[in-house]
Design a protein around this ligand. Structure first.
Ligand SMILES: Cc1cc2nc3c(=O)[nH]c(=O)nc-3n(C[C@H](O)[C@H](O)[C@H](O)COP(=O)(O)OP(=O)(O)OC[C@H]3O[C@@H](n4cnc5c(N)ncnc54)[C@H](O)[C@@H]3O)c2cc1C
Length: 499
């Protein structure tokens, strides 16, 4: 399947080339394919291997941004949330959230109640009316001396995972006329005014082969890497990204835990969330301003210690490094003016999204954005493209459907996951890590990235790898050995340092 997409990438003249296959690029790809643009999407790594695999999976109206008076973002995100609930049946489901005021510092309960009332109104009353509750199912999880009750209100959650949500926009669209290629590096990219086309040299990072590609217009959806990509092309815009690192701990989920809990931290207007997701509950995220992308790609022991300390302050059950099932780390790309000087705590920065078209070049850059507002962002970019490059294919009459997934049982998981061969043949899955981390939840729901506390799942991972590598036992064995080495450094050693 990857090969067919790669071949198409080299053959067609595309109306639009999207660089970046996170949720922003993938939603745009779905939108453009549906409306008849010949579209090519490229990612230098796996699809969703950037920030889009590390979100809290909350489909929410941006309650926290109300504290900064960012009413426009709240209006926009609330509408996006409700549209996702209405139109993406099976992907986003309404969920009761509990906002838990702190007894020390932070806004008063009166203010929180009034804020939630306003939030509900800004969502034009489409969600359930918020209310205060002294007791609820999750009261048993809370440390008793720092809380007294909670405000219950309604938002939504992704039902599957953020990484699979990205794939949802890619898998229905097949060549010809549409192609999506992961592990694809842009080696060179030049615009020729003579034929009005971008000419690119692409390299398949897995097979080492190269091909040429042509497109009329490029959209930069590279998330936190968007500024680098613009710089490489000599493009300067009035905007840039400020970067904020966010880390979550996956802890074992308790039987009483049904709804997301939002804990007011009292400082910096900050909150911690505790979100149930399959057999784990995500505690976090951190919010750390960083200067350099390299600083934010992996959690550090200080992030883990901070998260354990806050969890132990707010949760009744005491947790240590040995209780951590999994880790998630991502970098928020926050749209700021180019001359912004980083003086503010990242949570105070607007979560706005900006679409900037170059005046003299067919090149558009997407800044900021959230998983929740990704479809609206895609729609906005689509309208901008229509003015410059009309679609060259007929629009699809019906929305293309994601194909039904072939399921596979994995030890330790109650629910079946997608089968390895299926993922290879239908979901662009190329490596063992793609399979364990993004095509399935194995690496997030089972300890030590799926291997198990004592390595008890090694044989099951080897069996999955054999299927993924089409029965090639040597390739599967090597992939599992490499994976074990990575987990030793990325998980075992890191948690050892956090003690
Ligand atoms: C901790 C955390 C929690 C969050 N929680 C939520 C939440 O609960 N709800 C919500 O709505 N939002 C949430 N967000 C925000 C949301 O996850 C992001 O806004 C979203 O995932 C960004 O998607 P993106 O496609 O813009 O970027 P990315 O997912 O980073 O995608 C960019 C892609 O571009 C590719 N790329 C980069 N450079 C190149 C290049 N030169 N050539 C080819 N490919 C390239 C990368 O490999 C990457 O795959 C959260 C973010 C964080 C960090």
């Amino acid at each position: 399947m990857r090969t067919a997409h790669w071949q198409t990438a080299g053959e067609e003249i595309f109306d639009v080339l999207i660089i970046g296959g996170g949720i922003t690029g993938a939603s745009l790809y779905g939108e453009l394919c549906r409306h008849g643009w010949r579209t090519l999407l490229l990612d230098k790594g796996d699809f969703a291997s950037g920030t889009s695999q590390s979100s809290g999976m909350m489909v929410w109206g941006g309650l926290l941004y109300l504290r900064e008076g960012d009413v426009l973002t709240v209006l926009r995100l609330s509408r996006s949330r409700d549209r996702m609930i209405e139109e993406l049946d099976g992907w986003a489901a309404p969920a009761s959230f509990h906002y838990i005021p702190t007894l020390k510092g932070g806004p008063s309960s009166l203010l929180i109640g009034a804020g939630l009332g306003l939030y509900w109104l800004l969502g034009t009353g489409r969600r359930r009316l918020p209310g205060y509750r002294r007791d609820f199912a999750e009261t048993a999880l809370l440390s008793q001396n720092v809380h007294r009750g909670a405000f219950c209100y309604e938002e939504a959650l992704l039902t599957s995972s953020d990484a699979r949500f990205v794939l949802h926009w890619l898998t229905p669209h097949q060549p010809p006329g549409r192609a999506a290629v992961n592990y694809c590096e842009v080696e060179s990219c030049e615009y020729a005014r003579s034929d009005g086309l971008w000419h690119l040299e692409l390299r398949d990072r897995l097979r080492g082969v190269t091909t040429g590609a042509r497109a009329r217009l490029i959209v930069n959806c590279a998330g936190v890497w968007a500024d680098d990509l613009n710089r490489q092309q000599g493009i300067e815009t009035p905007y840039r990204h400020a970067l904020s690192k966010g880390v979550y701990l996956g802890l074992e989920r308790s039987g009483e835990h049904h709804s997301p809990l939002i804990f007011d931290m009292g400082d910096h207007d900050d909150v911690m969330t505790y979100v149930p997701w399959g057999p784990v509950a995500l505690w976090g995220p951190t919010e750390t301003a960083i200067e350099d992308i390299g600083e934010g790609l992996a959690p550090q022991s200080a992030d883990i210690r901070f998260l354990l300390e806050t969890a132990n302050r707010h949760l009744r059950r005491k947790v240590g490094p040995e209780d951590i099932v999994s880790l998630r780390c991502g970098i928020r790309a926050l749209a700021v003016d180019r001359d912004y000087v980083a003086t503010r705590y990242p949570l105070e920065l607007s979560r706005r999204s900006i679409v900037h078209p170059e005046r003299d070049l067919p090149w558009i850059t997407a800044y900021g954005g959230k998983l929740t507002g990704s479809r609206e962002l895609a729609g906005k970019i689509g309208r901008m493209i229509r003015h410059r490059v009309p679609p060259s294919l007929p629009a699809l009459v019906n929305d293309a459907e994601s194909p039904a997934v072939a399921s596979y049982a994995f030890p330790g998981l109650d629910q079946p996951v997608a089968a390895p061969r299926w993922c290879r043949e239908r979901e662009f899955c190329a490596t063992l890590e793609d399979y364990l981390r993004r095509r399935t939840t194995i690496a997030q729901w089972l300890p030590r990235e799926g291997l198990g506390r004592t390595g008890e799942n090694r044989e099951a991972i080897l069996a999955a790898a054999r299927e993924l590598y089409d029965g090639d036992a040597a390739a599967a064995g090597e992939a599992v050995a490499r994976y074990e080495e990575t987990v030793t450094v990325r998980f075992d050693k890191l948690l050892g340092e956090a003690v």
